[in-house]
Design a protein around this ligand. Structure first.
Ligand code: ZN
Length: 148
């Protein structure tokens, strides 16, 4: 791990606040987030990670996965590159948005560990990174044009 991304992404915050009976784990229900690991742990203590002890507790919560939800706060996602960590943060917010929507209609079907494993090896970081950079540049361009 060489990169860490912290977000306050709104759907991830919402997902982090839900009651769950499965040992504070969220299981993937979409392809993209499956590359974060077989589950997304939820760090339960509230407040800022402001001491080395809290940082170690957060690191232990990862349990070998690549992202964690901070209850009522946001996300922390790790990667071997900044690009990979940013993409994982985007994918985690996509997953959270999908689960919030799915839960309004029923109970989402989580991926099994072997289903999640399929996606760990197939994420094309460079291609996805360029897609989001282009998308961001286009949104900035559109925003600039709308203010003229
Ligand atoms: Zn924060």
């Amino acid at each position: 791990m060489k990169a860490i991304v912290h977000t306050h992404a709104p759907y991830a915050v919402a997902l982090s606040t839900l009651q769950r009976s499965n040992n504070n784990k969220v299981f993937p229900t979409t392809n993209p987030v499956a590359n974060l690991g077989n589950f997304i742990p939820v760090f339960q203590p509230v407040g800022l990670i402001s001491t080395p002890e809290k940082g170690m507790a957060l690191a232990r919560t990862l349990q070998g996965q690549n992202g964690v939800l901070l209850r009522g706060h946001g996300t922390v996602v790790v990667g071997t590159t900044l690009e990979q960590a940013v993409l994982r943060a985007i994918y985690l917010e996509f997953e959270a948005r999908t689960q919030i929507r799915s839960r309004s209609a029923g109970e989402p079907i989580p991926y099994t560990s072997s289903e999640s494993d399929l996606f760990k090896r197939t994420v094309a970081v460079e291609h996805a990174w360029h897609y989001y950079v282009d998308k961001f540049r286009q949104s900035v361009k559109n925003e600039t044009l709308s203010h003229k």
